[in-house]
Design a protein around this ligand. Structure first.
Ligand code: SF4
Length: 402
């Protein structure tokens, strides 16, 4: 069941037809809907009173019906000399989410101009519980609405507008598992790609999943131009059971088959993400397992050094080890990149800012969790599958009232 806040709808929660009908029911002309959407997507306004194309009376009428902005900027942190901006945003019911804006210079070699990518959240917290992820440790708060997802993109555009830059890409790699909130995510993609709203090309949108098999099939059918990224992290089931607990429901072979079907039906190349953890998933047998499940596919593999999360006993793989794995994969014909972790300085690992705000867990709980992870990873490395969930050590997000 999707939990939504008991508040006014966000302006961006409604599609243009529904918005027009609602505005008409207020006795206002239909063109006010177009004006409101234009202000939302193409003006620097942060609230109704700053929408200069509307009279004060109309502003007040609309403010009584819709939130102009459903994700208020609460904290902004800059990193990497301003190339990365990390946002902590507060939703209408107080839930905190994160979005990260990354700027890239023009690349003459590739013939590309300057790019700017926003990494958005699809849920407050996450129910999947990957133990290396700060969001996973926070637990699940609620699903975001379509408007709350789109409003993260609007926040990025407002920042970029002041710099005279354009937003070029959107990636669903922030807090949450997008395909466990697929209705809102697909609706948000509709808004983001609508020429009169976000006007972003479908091919410039990436949706990342930890392996929700039915969601991958639906994505292929309903948004075939959107790029699929799969957070694989391990190609051996006992290890992936631990690193991505959803693997107990949809194991490696089902996830790979769903991604392959997606690639066949859309003609789009799938990206597989592997967070590299020292001594855990960076062994020779891990490289062999990756090769055995991906060989012959057009897939691209992204190796990402793990961001240090306080409450695990784990660390990022060494650069040398990551390069060795990359070389082994390339030797088998796979396309591989080693991704630099943007925003480390700003605490940009998914959920870290929100986790900091949630408070410090008791040391005994942290120690218990670390010990549990040591034992579970030892069992997984010996090939034993486990069903025991790893306990969170931190304070969990409050689940919103329905
Ligand atoms: S890595 Fe992604 S799917 Fe896993 S807990 Fe974090 S947000 Fe959820």
């Amino acid at each position: 069941m999707m939990n939504t806040p008991r508040t006014l709808p966000a302006l961006t929660d409604l599609d243009p037809a529904a918005l027009s009908a609602r505005i008409a029911s207020l006795g206002l002309p239909a063109f006010r809907a177009a004006q409101a959407l234009d202000a939302a997507w193409r003006s620097p306004a942060k609230n109704w009173s700053e929408v200069t194309t509307l009279s004060q009376e109309v502003q007040q009428q609309l403010a009584a019906e819709f939130e102009f902005d459903s994700a208020t900027e609460t904290v902004r942190q800059e990193a990497e000399d301003g190339a990365t901006t990390k946002l902590l945003l507060t939703l209408r019911d107080g839930q905190k989410i994160e979005a990260v804006l990354m700027r890239y210079p023009a690349d003459r070699r590739k013939g590309t101009g300057p790019r700017a990518t926003i990494c958005v959240s699809s849920q407050a917290g996450c129910a999947v519980g990957c133990p290396f992820c700060a969001t996973g440790e926070l637990g699940f708060g609620r699903n975001l609405t379509s408007g709350e997802i789109q409003d993260q993109v609007r926040a990025a555009r407002r920042i970029l507008r002041a710099e005279d830059r354009e937003l070029t890409n959107v990636v669903f790699m922030g807090m949450g598992e997008p395909l466990q909130n697929i209705d809102a995510v697909l609706d948000a993609v509709t808004g983001l790609t609508d020429p009169k709203r976000g006007a972003i090309g479908q091919r410039r949108i990436v949706i990342s999943t930890s392996g929700v098999v039915p969601g991958i099939a639906r994505l292929a059918k309903e948004r075939p131009q959107v790029t699929l990224a799969v957070s694989l992290h391990a190609a051996r089931n006992p290890l992936r059971d631990l690193l991505v607990p959803l693997n107990r429901k949809w194991p490696v072979e089902q996830v790979i088959a769903a991604a392959a079907a997606h690639a066949r039906s859309t003609g789009r190349r799938t990206t597989f993400e592997v967070t590299m953890i020292d001594g855990i998933n960076d062994r020779p047998e891990d490289a062999q397992a990756l090769v055995s499940v991906l060989r012959g596919s057009s897939a691209h593999v992204n190796l990402i050094p793990m961001n240090a999360v306080a409450h695990t006993p784990w660390h990022e793989s060494t650069p040398v080890r990551i390069e060795q794995i990359a070389a082994e994969l390339r030797a088998s014909g796979l396309s591989v990149t080693v991704r630099r972790n943007r925003g480390r300085e700003a605490g940009a690992a998914c959920g870290q800012l929100a986790a900091e705000r949630a408070g410090t867990p008791p040391p005994a709980a942290v120690a218990r969790r670390r010990e549990q992870l040591v034992q579970a990873s030892a069992a997984a490395l010996q090939g034993r599958r486990t069903t025991t969930p790893i306990a969170a050590s931190g304070p969990l997000l409050p689940e919103s009232a329905t």
